[in-house]
Each structure stands twice: as C-alpha cells, then as structure tokens.
Design a protein around this ligand. Sequence first.
Ligand SMILES: NC(=O)c1ccc[n+]([C@@H]2O[C@H](COP(=O)([O-])OP(=O)(O)OC[C@H]3O[C@@H](n4cnc5c(N)ncnc54)[C@H](OP(=O)(O)O)[C@@H]3O)[C@@H](O)[C@H]2O)c1
Length: 328
Amino acid sequence: MIVKEGRVVGYGRTQDGGRPHAERVAISMAGPEARGATAYVTLEPCNVESPRGCCAQALIDAGVSEVHVGQIDPNDHTNGSGVERLRAAGITVHTGLCRSEAEDVHKGFISRITQNRPFITLKIASSLDGKIAAKDGSSQWITGEQARAYAHGMRAGHDAILVGIGTALADDPLLITRVPGLTHKAVRVVLDTHLRIDTGSKLVQTAQDEPLWIIHAEDKDNKKQQLEAAGCMLISSEDMSVSSVVQALAVQGITRLLVEGGAGVHTSFVRSGLYDEIAWFRGDKILGEGLPVLGDLGIESIAEALMLERVESVVLGADTLDIFRKKG
Ligand SMILES: NC(=O)c1ccc[n+]([C@@H]2O[C@H](COP(=O)([O-])OP(=O)(O)OC[C@H]3O[C@@H](n4cnc5c(N)ncnc54)[C@H](OP(=O)(O)O)[C@@H]3O)[C@@H](O)[C@H]2O)c1
C-alpha cells in the first residue's frame, strides 16, 4: 500500500503465479503520486536483478521516501539486502510493523523457502468418538452444514488439497472450493501409487476445468495416457513417501497444502512429522465401531504421545473446530 498525506494512492497484491509483485502493482496505481509517499509492504521488497526487475529498485525509482516492512524475505537473493538497498538510496526504512500478521500471510511462502515444502494443514472431520467413517465406510456427513461451509472457506486459503486414493475410491469426491463469489481453484492432488483412480470419477471427469494432479509410482494398466488426455497432470514419485510428495509439490510452486485424508494418508503425515497444523472438526455424532482418525503411529506409552498446542477453537452450529499447532 502506498500512502501520501493520509490518502491511499496505490495498493496491490502479488499476482497469481507470483508476478508481478505487490509493489509493482501499487506503484503503477499510484503513478506520480508515489513520489515522496510512504510504502507499507508485508514482505521485504526483493533485491533480485532479473528481466522482471527488482522491487527495491522500483520503489527507489518511484521516489517513495519511507518504507515500512512487515517481514524480512528469507530468500537468499534478498534476506535483508532489499532493505539495505532502500536505505543506501536515502529512503527511511522501518521493519517489523505487524510482523506476526505478515508471518501468517507468508507462512506458505516461507515454508517453501526455508523447508523446501509447503505449509501443511491436516484437515480432519471426526465423530465425537474420533471416527472418520462409519463401519460401512460411509462418512458423508459427519459434520453439519455450517462446519462444511467453513471447510470450503479453508480450501480457499490453500493452493492444493490432497487426498489418498482410498478416499478417492470410497467417496468419489469433487474436492472443489464452493464459496459464493470466490473463483479460487485449488489444485486437487491424489496419492495413487498404482494409478487405481477411476477414469469415470468426478475428479477425473472435471480435470479439464479443475486442476487434478496424480502422484504415482507405476502404471501397470497403461492408464497414464488416458488420464493425461482427460486433463490430469501426472507426477511420478519413486517411493511415494510423504517427504518426496511434499517436495514435489513445492517444486510445482505449492505453498499451502490442505491434507483432507483419509486415515492412511493422515497417519503417514503425522508419522513423518511433516505437518504444521491440524484443523479438527468434531461433529455431534457417536459412531462406535468405524474408521479411527489415525492408525498406528508407533506410540507405545503416554510418555511418547505427540503434544500439540490448541491455538483456536470455533463453535460451528452443533460442531466444533479446533486448530492445533505442532509444538516445537
Ligand atoms: N471424515 C473425514 O475427514 C474423512 C476424510 C477423508 C476420507 N474419509 C474416509 O476415509 C476412508 C478412506 O481412508 P483410507 O485410509 O482407506 O484411504 P486414504 O488415506 O484416502 O488413502 C490411502 C491410500 O493412499 C495411497 N497412498 C499413496 N501414498 C501414500 C502415502 N505416502 N501415505 C499414505 N497413503 C498413500 C495408498 O494406496 P496405494 O498404495 O494404492 O497408492 C493408501 O492405501 C473413507 O471411508 C473415507 O470416507 C473421511
């Protein structure tokens, strides 16, 4: 955002696909009004020399006199040097304004840069007694309408939604984001070692309009061509381990991943420790026997229990949502 004499003269966000950066959008809106103005940026302006330009230099060229930076960019090419470049040009720079909000906004980007993987949220919808499906495998619907609408809102905040082939076969889900007024299309990702996915499934049938990536290791039944013709993108993985899957997604530019299950997939993610948050919706039903949220984690005693920190709780009609963050 660019402010002059108490008026917002330009604002912008980094555009889909990562370019142009927010600074350039705001500068172009402000035009000559940027001269002598104050810029507020959530992330340090980049200091990379490329044909697409360097945002620190763009702010210098636009003539801003002051810049407030929420968070330093940990990318090697910038990491403080954007701020130095601005200061060297005589611009007054303040850092740390609304830092925790900025960190929250950038958590996916930061995770990709610093951990080579997206920020990962496991989304679970369970009965009151911790089951994600009834004895017959049915799971629709464990939670009510309000919780499901909230879950669609969560999808809108993610680049990709991931399920295992067990869920794809059992539920034939669409995994699209239904939020009135929003056109966000998260990439749908299925972990499917042997390409067992049904070519007539809703996922495959909608792949021309809604991106569908299938991570697989083999193609015994020669389905690859047929799936590609249907619009699916196939990504091969040698071992299908969680670490190689999330790295492959980071390479494709995914910064925020919502893992929607089922039990096998959630268990793998928790076992690997490769997650940041758990969003746990709990309905008002008791199912008794059924599919538990998680399988074996190799935990033998209470002393070995995984410890999480509850950071948010929301009541959604008859259901609750608790957000837990991994400790440490
Ligand atoms: N209430 C909820 O929140 C919720 C959400 C989703 C699903 N569900 C329910 O959960 C049930 C399905 O769960 P599920 O455990 O059978 O299936 P799943 O977790 O959806 O898929 C597991 C399968 O994914 C494949 N896979 C590939 N790579 C994997 C990896 N690294 N880690 C784990 N799995 C990997 C494996 O099959 P291959 O070896 O063939 O690749 C594995 O058997 C259904 O009843 C569904 O309704 C409930």
